[in-house]
Ligand binder design. Structure first.
Ligand code: MLT
Ligand code: ZN
Length: 466
């Protein structure tokens, strides 16, 4: 069958207007926020119903066409990149909230619902959807589930996985499964819902998700504390974590913050520049808690861990302090950063960080290196910025060499090569640093059960089969 005839057959299944083949659409929908791969999809299809998705998957099985799911395209591991003639299945047209249940505190979402839309809807009902990150204004719930997205509140609320009450999925065979039926208690064997969370669309596509909500936090208050070195940040975490119920504990280097300050629209937290900063947040539900935070700050200064600090006194100040952290990723995206998203258990962070830092200093002497991340839950983002005049391919090749040494340390500490961005294509060749050969074989066997023809996002998580 010719390519034209294939596409015509697909168009007949979902309506011609739902299939895009123009060059700008292929370019836009064929990529995510990574810059390493050139998009080259066959076409883009925008299903509107579950039946459309099933018809697309069955058509793809019949013709052995690879499918790539596409949400808000904010991914950072190329899990939603179509670089090899795949059909992109965009969930932009399945973007409705189908139900709000205030008794169960759940919202039924189509996969294309934007994260911010769910957060706002929760707020309208006096509730809270706690998974949050800088790209929540464009990322979609389906994509968040596909990568088990984390973000800035994991220390208190955990990852996306914790908030998925139930899923409807279309498997790689085209079957529609209803997983967990939104139940809180369900002891009926394997929880297949969990398999689809973080599967990056390699087993099937999420076509409906019931998301849980929480009570809204009260009087969120942030502190930014300056430290002389990154090692000093961990005792600060211990001091605060024991006494306050933290909703966030982030860190960033001065070099990272300087990029945000250079934009000119975010004020510096205080006059003293410090090599590193911690940003922590808690619910100041009463004066006593705010006073306790200040006492802890003084204790940290006395111990020499903290050099200066500030505590938000208003919503506006809270927002401004968060911008120092949240704007880093987007601000540095113009430097084509090579991104590492590594994690270890929290107790191991100081030793782990020291070893990684030494490797990075030794092997990237000419590149600008930026540290930031969710240090309170053991997740560090290490970004290497591409020198302006360096060729992309040369830059990524150099970074890939150093990667091996970084990941050897990750392996030594029993950590993860991808804490929250996913494996996609950028980390798939390193999977063995985090997963044993036996584990990878079981993972591939699971994929074969749900996707026997290997059409669901092939080449993501593992190299293409066969
Ligand atoms: C963040 O923590 O800012 C996000 O994971 C994005 C990034 O790592 O750049
Ligand atoms: Zn992050």
């Amino acid at each position: 069958m010719t390519q034209r005839a294939l596409i015509d057959e697909l168009a007949a299944l979902v309506a011609p207007a739902r299939v895009l083949t123009d060059a700008p659409s292929l370019e836009t929908y064929g990529k995510d926020w990574t810059r390493q791969f050139i998009p080259a999809p066959l076409a883009v299809v925008l299903p509107r119903t579950v039946e459309h998705v099933q018809a697309i998957v069955r058509w793809a099985n019949e013709h052995r066409v690879a499918l790539v799911p596409s949400g808000g395209r904010t991914g950072l591991s190329a899990a939603a990149v179509a670089a090899n003639g795949e059909l992109v299945v965009s969930f932009d047209a399945m973007n409705q909230v189908l139900d709000v249940n205030l008794t169960d505190r759940t919202v039924v979402c189509q996969p294309g619902v934007i994260t911010r839309q769910l957060q706002d809807l929760a707020a309208e009902h006096g509730l809270y959807y706690p998974v949050d990150f800088a790209s929540s204004g464009s990322s979609q719930i389906g994509g968040n589930i596909g990568t088990n997205a984390g973000g800035i509140k994991v220390i208190r609320y955990g990852m996306t996985r914790n908030w998925v009450a139930g899923l409807k999925v279309v498997t790689g065979k085209g079957d529609l499964l209803e997983l967990n039926k939104d139940l809180l208690k369900n002891a009926t064997g394997y929880d297949l819902r969990q398999l689809f969370i973080g599967a990056e669309g390699t087993l099937g596509f999420v076509v409906e998700a019931t998301m849980r909500l929480d009570r809204a936090p009260k009087n969120l208050t942030a502190m930014v504390l300056g430290a002389a070195d990154v090692a000093s940040i961990m005792p600060v975490l211990h001091a605060f974590h024991g006494k306050l119920d933290l909703t966030a504990f982030e860190f960033f280097s001065h070099a990272s913050m300087a990029k945000v300050l250079a934009r000119g629209d975010v004020p510096a937290p205080f006059a003293t520049p410090c090599p590193f900063y911690a940003l922590l947040e808690f619910e100041a539900v009463n004066e006593a808690l705010a006073d306790q935070a200040l006492a802890l700050f003084e204790h940290c200064v006395e111990q020499g861990w903290v050099l200066d600090g500030v505590m938000s006194q208003s919503e506006q100040q809270l927002r401004n302090l968060w911008k120092l952290r949240e704007y880093i990723s987007e601000t540095i995206s113009h430097y084509t950063p090579y991104k590492n998203d590594i994690s270890v258990t929290v107790a191991k962070v100081p030793a782990f960080l020291a070893e990684i830092d030494a490797i990075v200093a030794a092997h990237y002497p000419d590149f600008e290196v930026l540290w930031y991340g969710h240090i309170g839950d053991g997740n560090l983002h290490l970004n290497i910025l591409k020198p302006r005049h360096m060729d992309n391919a040369v830059f990524f090749e150099t970074c890939a060499k150093v990667n091996t040494w970084v990941f050897e340390i990750v392996q030594k500490y029993n950590g993860s090569i991808s804490a929250e961005h996913g494996v996609g294509m950028t980390k798939r060749d390193y999977l063995a640093y985090s997963r044993s050969p036996a584990e990878i074989e079981y993972m591939k066997a699971i994929k074969a059960v749900f996707d026997p023809n290997g059409i669901m996002n092939p080449g993501k998580i593992f190299a293409p089969q066969g």
